[in-house]
Design a protein around this ligand. Sequence first.
Ligand code: NAG
Ligand code: NAG
Ligand code: NAG
Length: 395
Amino acid sequence: MKLLYALLFLIGASGKQIVTIYPLTVCSAEQCGGSISDIWLDVVVVVDNSQRVNKRSFVSSTRDTINNIFREASIPRTRVGFVTYNSQATTNADLNKFKSYGDLQQGVYNSYNDMNLSPEKTPYIGTGLIAAGELLQIQGSADGHVNHPKVIIAYATALNGTGLLDPLSVANTLKSAGITIITIAVDTDDNGVIEKQLAPLASPGAAFGSNYKIGDIQSVMILLNCFCPPGWTQRQELYYNKIQKYTTCFQFFGAPTSWNTAYQGCSNLWPGSSYLAMESDYDKQQYIQGSARNNSAFQQTPLQYHIGLKMSQGKWVWNTPYSQPALSLSWSNWMYKYPVVSSSMTSVMNNVQNDTDYGWQNIDPMKVSAGYVCEAVACSARNYCDAYWNNRHIS
Ligand SMILES: *[C@@H]1O[C@H](CO)[C@@H](O)[C@H](O)[C@H]1NC(C)=O
Ligand SMILES: *[C@@H]1O[C@H](CO)[C@@H](O)[C@H](O)[C@H]1NC(C)=O
Ligand SMILES: *[C@@H]1O[C@H](CO)[C@@H](O)[C@H](O)[C@H]1NC(C)=O
């Protein structure tokens, strides 16, 4: 995310100085985002119902946060299962039970309230995680859902359990099977211990203490819903120590070929979704060029690769996905003396002499050989991908 932090010093009515930090978003079109109402995850919520939660309002506040996380979600587009655990786990709702948010609210209330807690004193979170993992693996791979990202939201008051129920080794097994674990500490001992103990179980950036915000959990879920199919590399960059994910997926082909062959090759990779890469702004151009330079399949010197820029009706335009109208140039990177006026040099490659000297050259689409870079739009809250990777734009 291109965040420029603008510091505004506002003088309040009382004369007290208030400092507000506003993130200003520049060039946001290709950042992962979207709304919680559009996500399409498979989620299992796992909560402790042992005697450890039987004081104060831990049960009702956990229920409230579950409701708040999913209130805006569209169920069963996002499917939600519900598991309680003590010395053993109980699957109260599998992934297909709740057909609406109302169902979820009622179902969670019915199986999780102060009247029906377990008499057990020790919560073995390993049992809850294993039950959730089984639901996600069996129902999650059912027809139509295989590409829906899998998530466990685990609430815990303690990390009891050894051997087969060792919480960390159970969590590691689930994470290596591709499941994301979000942890939420329920600090019934009021000493901060559970928050620290729980963090290693969580996926990166997904451990929450007692002071979390619902919006932060929802952001993790939205980001998780933004991903590329196997074989594609998602653009990700470190920005102020945070990983920024983009809705663009790439594949890099180093073997020299003509622009026309490259164009066709990209279209065939993910039919309806993939196209020759668009170096449509400076940052993206640097990412694509840097990736090609790092890729040992590109052996040509100087490094050259085709991009999806072509001449159409007298104008330079990007080839675009989803049969959208061609996109005219809003930013360009022509080399000195380019583009050359010519009726045959109607397509474009990037020519990288070295770190400082690089840029676009128009070429004959049949005659000049170079590597090429293909691009596609990631699956995301805004772009649903079904089990066969057919996708559908939402907005
Ligand atoms: C379970 O964990 C809690 C909190 O760490 C601890 O006080 C308790 O002794 C543990 N119980 C067992 C049976 O290990
Ligand atoms: C290319 O490799 C360098 C050195 O490992 C790395 O710092 C850089 O981020 C890589 N660039 C891309 C776009 O992957
Ligand atoms: C980069 O390449 C250009 C053209 O080949 C050359 O003139 C220039 O000196 C090179 N710059 C560096 C830093 O190597």
